[in-house]
Design a protein around this ligand. Structure first.
Ligand SMILES: NC(=O)c1ccc[n+]([C@@H]2O[C@H](COP(=O)([O-])OP(=O)(O)OC[C@H]3O[C@@H](n4cnc5c(N)ncnc54)[C@H](O)[C@@H]3O)[C@@H](O)[C@H]2O)c1
Length: 363
């Protein structure tokens, strides 16, 4: 039942990503789904069938101006997120959900962060896996030192790519590393199948490799044909420390658990967290921030850092280079794939370069 405290929300983009928040606003106490916008009349019809909501718009601008919602949830394709957010902010919502990736470019992602922070509007990016109990508990155990010092994170993920799902795993990595920032990123992508997803061209097979300032390695295998060699089905997140290993994932029989191996558990041991939550907790967190008047931008800042890593992978792959973070627009714009220095070919002594036998950055 709607009360004066009820937060009235609309969803823009009523496909897979928007469906959870349509359900959340419709069913959760303290929220009300007052309208929805989607360019597709079929998508709007599905919202009507599922929720009975009748304030349906093919133009989100009209939706905002007529309904003036408290909460706007943006689940269109990445290249449009910034336009929808900019438009929504004109109507001063109390809070926003903006789906991942924040944008198709770092500039668009930064635009969203900047405009929401300037207006002090609380926002959450629904990186649902960061709230998955097994993943959340695993992160706390790494922070607590239960596997010693974190050395390597290895992610394997089939059927998805760096931009669509990889950003979830990178967002988790940014949170896991806390104040140890990602220093540089390398990547190899191949596009043999010309794969596209969510309105973006993506790699068919991809390997992302990164190093943090403290030397933690991140290795992420994504793509249509990645064979995940794990008990966690279609996605495995392995955190390897100096004194143990923790692994969680999204598929297989263990998907609600994590495995830990350390001094206390000499063989891999399954732990099942004793609580439940899913990505709709982001609505609860948002409501808490709206009611307290204290926006916390940790989640969206981590999402922006993850977008920087994602957006660095493509030029890194194209230009055969590593890209240092934080993101530098001028440096990235100046990259050129023109003159590749192909490893594995004889060195002919011309064209400069570095003598690797004498160079020592670390000893
Ligand atoms: N957080 C998550 O776990 C999660 C899960 C799935 C998708 N997503 C994200 O949701 C976004 C959409 O992906 P999807 O899988 O829902 O795609 P989808 O194709 O299922 O749905 C997208 C919907 O947006 C509508 N749309 C697109 N542009 C629009 C515009 N300018 N105005 C109004 N409507 C518009 C389309 O008509 C479509 O109905 C992407 O950013 C994706 O990464 C997030």
């Amino acid at each position: 039942m709607s009360t004066s405290d009820t937060l009235k929300g609309v969803v823009v983009g009523c496909g897979l990503g928007g469906s959870s928040f349509i359900k959340g606003l419709h069913q959760m106490d303290g929220f009300e789904l007052v309208g929805a916008a989607d360019a597709s009349p079929d998508a709007l019809q599905r919202v009507k069938d599922q929720t009975g909501c009748t304030q349906l718009y093919t133009d989100y601008r009209q939706c905002f101006s007529e309904l003036k919602p408290d909460i706007v949830c943006v689940h269109t394709y990445p290249p449009t997120h910034h336009e929808v957010v900019q438009e929504a902010v004109k109507y001063a919502p109390k809070g926003m959900i903006t789906d991942k990736p924040l944008g198709d470019t770092v500039a668009h992602g930064r635009e969203i962060v900047d405009v929401l922070k300037a207006a002090r509007i609380p926002v959450q990016v629904p990186h649902g896996h960061a709230l998955k109990p097994a993943a959340e508990e695993a992160m706390h155990r790494v922070w607590a030192g239960d596997i010693g010092a974190l050395r390597t994170v290895e992610i394997q993920c089939v059927n998805w790519d760096i931009m669509s799902a990889g950003i979830h795993w990178l967002h988790y990595l940014v949170l896991l590393l806390r104040d140890d920032l990602v220093d540089w990123v390398m990547c190899a992508t191949e596009s043999s199948a010309k794969t596209y997803r969510d309105g973006m061209r993506v790699g068919t097979t991809e390997i992302t490799y990164l190093q943090s300032k403290a030397g933690v390695r991140g290795i992420m295998h994504t793509g249509d044909e990645v064979l995940v060699n794990s008990d966690f089905g279609n996605m495995s997140y392995r955190m390897i420390g100096s004194h143990g290993v923790i692994e969680w994932g999204t598929g297989g029989a263990l998907q609600n658990s994590y495995l830990i191996q350390n001094a206390e558990h000499p063989t891999p041991t399954e732990i099942v967290p004793d609580y439940q939550q899913d990505k709709l907790k982001y609505l609860t967190i948002l409501a808490e921030q709206i009611r307290s008047g204290k926006p916390d931008y940790t989640n969206i800042e981590a999402s922006l850092q993850a977008l920087e890593i994602v957006c660095a992978t493509y030029p890194a792959s194209k230009c055969q280079c590593k890209i240092h973070l934080p993101w530098d627009d001028a440096e990235i714009a100046g990259l050129t794939p023109d003159d590749p220095f192909w490893p594995g070919m004889p060195y002919d002594g011309v064209g400069g370069g570095r003598d690797g036998k004498t160079y020592r950055k670390y000893t």
